[in-house]
Design a protein around this ligand. Structure first.
Ligand SMILES: [Fe+2]
Ligand SMILES: [Fe+2]
Length: 179
């Protein structure tokens, strides 16, 4: 796997750690636990700033653009980008509705949208890891990937503290589940 793709897959792992925590929390709510609004506020912050601002931006502004250049020249056998962008948007709507749910202390709205997001992002990550990323590795040149890696590294350096904070939240979420 090229380094740039490895970096994205690592981010997926953190997103999945938080996804698992969301599912666990919703399961506990359905068995009668009170809603932990603080947890969902942290989840919303994580999704908006880590999953969306950092991870999806790397995809949308960098990797997908390079992929589209290859697609326009007929160098790929199918083009999943439109579907991937659509799913990023669906994710954003779930998070918006989840935020409303938290503000309204509406248990049903919280769990419905949190689980909606969790299911969507699991499927989305599966498709990227198993279809889009391998296709990109075949279609994009070594040189292009070197440039992508440089751009990703620059973003990571610029957002070093934020990334450390969110990766920490993901690790903690995972530990919570092991208790
Ligand atoms: Fe994506
Ligand atoms: Fe992704």
């Amino acid at each position: 796997m090229v380094k740039a793709i490895e970096m994205l897959v690592e981010e997926h792992k953190n997103i999945l750690r938080v996804t698992e925590a969301i599912e666990r929390e919703c399961e506990q709510i359905s068995s009668g636990k009170t809603v932990n609004e603080d947890f969902f506020t942290k989840v919303i912050d994580f999704i908006r700033n880590y999953a969306d601002k950092l991870h999806h931006a790397k995809e949308e502004d960098i990797l997908f653009k390079e992929f589209l250049k290859q697609a326009e020249q007929g160098r790929v056998h199918c083009n999943p980008i439109e579907q991937m962008l659509y799913e990023h948007d669906v994710g954003r709507s779930y998070v918006k509705a989840l935020e409303e749910g938290v503000k309204e202390s509406n248990k049903e709205k919280i769990t419905k949208n949190a689980l909606g997001y969790a299911g969507l992002i699991r499927g989305h990550i599966f498709k990227e890891d198993n279809v889009l990323y391998p296709m990109s590795e075949q279609a994009l040149s070594k040189k292009t990937f070197e440039n992508i890696q440089k751009a990703f590294t620059k973003i990571n350096e610029k957002n070093k503290n934020e990334i450390e904070k969110y990766a920490g939240f993901a690790r903690e979420s995972e530990k919570e589940g092991e208790k």
